[in-house]
Design a protein. Structure first.
Length: 150
């Protein structure tokens, strides 16, 4: 990413889990895949990439749920707020945009997995839109797991 990462803080709804990280606020993205829809309870999830190794929990740590063969999501064990998404390989981690102390500073740059975007969820931005099958890394990870994307 070309944007310099900046220090951010965030946490869950009840305040039990707090974190600090170096994040790429202008590299944020929307994901419309069914897994993100189910995990967030929303029609799309807005995620913010964090600099590898920079995510530190300053209060209670989240619990994790493996949501696919290659990734897991962190959530507050007390209130259930979804906080993180991380690759099991350790390659990348994101934080949920809404969990940031200042989510208004997030600047989404793209929509992913628009082939499963809910037809009633309309966005009027002009951001690029990418189908799941147009993301070679995602296709490869699902193929390696012996499954199709979800």
């Amino acid at each position: 990413m070309e944007e310099k990462a900046i220090k951010v803080g965030g946490g869950c709804l009840c305040g039990s889990v707090r974190y600090e990280a170096e994040a790429h606020l202008q590299g944020a993205y929307y994901c419309h895949c069914r897994t993100c829809q189910r995990a967030s309870g929303a029609p799309a999830e807005a995620s913010v990439p964090v600099e590898p190794g920079s995510l530190k929990f300053t209060k209670k740590k989240p619990r994790y749920f493996q949501s696919s063969p290659f990734a897991e999501r962190g959530f507050c064990p007390d209130c259930g707020s979804r906080l993180t998404y991380r690759m099991l390989s350790g390659e990348s981690t994101t934080v949920a945009a809404g969990s940031l102390d200042h989510p208004e500073k997030v600047v989404p740059s793209i929509h992913y997995c628009v082939d499963t975007q809910l037809p009633w969820y309309k966005t009027d931005d002009q951001l690029p839109r990418v189908r799941s099958d147009e993301i070679p890394e995602l296709v490869a990870m699902w193929a390696e797991a012996g499954q199709k994307k979800k």
